[in-house]
Structure formats: C-alpha cells, structure tokens
Design a binder for this molecule. Sequence first.
Ligand code: URA
Length: 247
Amino acid sequence: MGLAPLWRLRAQDAMDTVLTEATQPAVPVGGEVVQSPPQVRAERAPSRGDAQVLPVSAAPAVMADGMDWDTLEAAIRGCQACALHEKRRQAVPGVGDRQADWLFVGEGPGAEEDQRGEPFVGPAGKLLDAMLAAIGLARGRDVYIANAVKCRPPGNRTPEAGEISTCHPFLERQIELLQPRIIVALGRPAAQTLLGGEVKIGAARGRRFDRNGVPVVVTYHPAYLLRNPQDKAKAWEDLCFARDSIV
Ligand code: URA
C-alpha cells in the first residue's frame, strides 16, 4: 500500500529538519545480540564477548513490588534509599502515557529535570523530542520516558553502579506496569541497567535484546548526540530498527 515508504519520507523530512546533521539513513541494521545475565536473552551469541556482569550493590533497599502507578510515584518522590536524595530538589519518577507501547530510558535527571520534576526537559530533552518526532512519536502519546536513577546525580555526573542498582526496583516496576512493546535504552547506564551487564553502545547498537519477552534496543544518549552530531544519523537508524523490532 506504499505506507512504509511514505512514513520513511515523512520521518526523514522531520529528522532532516530537526537534526540538521543527519544524513540519509542506512537500511536498519541486523540483529546480532549479546547474551546477558538474567532476564535478557540473545538472538545470537556475541562475537566480541562484550557482556560482563555489572558490579551489584547489596540487596536493594527499595521495594516497589505490587505498587500501582500513583503509589509507585509517591514512593519514588519520598525515596531516601541512596545518597542522591540528599542533594536533589525533587525526585523525577517519569512522564508519559501509562499505556504506551514505547518506553525510553535515560540515565538520570539533570539540573532542569531536578527543578521541574520531569525527565528530559533540558537541552538533551529537546533533542529527544525531535528524535521522537522524526519517527512520528511525541512525548506523552504512546511514549513513556523514565530514567535509570530518579534523582539528579550532583554535578550531572554519571550515576554510580550502586545508585543504579538501588533505584532499579522502581524502573522494574515501571516496566511491569507499562508492559511496553519496545524499550529504547538511551546511552550506556540505561543499557546496562536494562540488560544487566557491561554494554558498549557501539557494539550493542543494531541488536535486538529480549528482556522477558520485551525487545530492547540500544542507542546513543541525546546529550552525547549534542556533543557528537555526526552520530545523529546512527540514532535515526536505531530508532527505525526499534520500530521494526516491535513484535
Ligand atoms: N539526561 C537523562 O538521562 N535524563 C534526563 O531526564 C535528562 C537528561
């Protein structure tokens, strides 16, 4: 019916408009997948052995089992399970359509997110919105956005493995409640918490991971793309691949 080429044209137009450095995308990349620890299955064995076990802290202090959305958000807002709560202005649970097919997971709130209580509202968020628009999506419409950690790491540093694992039950419960059809990991910390192992973005791109039956696709973090605009075309490929990975 010609819909796919039309969609691709529209999406490409949008990407060209908003991501000025994006060039003509390659065909979506094929699916070699890393075998990772529990919950993550691989379609094919890794060729470069890039999956290792993340250092995991002691048993999580956070319990989110069985919570509904509102209880979960309240628990996140009140959480004091790790040191990140000490310097935050507020926790940032997540935002979007609670019945979305798409879940995007970032690293952790930055300064603007800490101030406004919503993920990805700063410069990286503006690029994320543009990336969503480029594939016909919009924040809050069939999209939910969350982070690996819900409180801002001071100075926007990368969250530590212990902070990520302490916060992980919140993300896990968000995924259980949402039951997304596709999860996009934005950057390395998100990929590592979702896949449970050491991840190199360059090696993990183009692979369709399986997390308890939900496909997970890895791409660059928008903040990285702001610093490395030459890779925006690859992010475009990744989002096309994610769309094609929905079963
Ligand atoms: N970067 C992230 O990873 N998450 C946000 O919410 C904002 C910036």
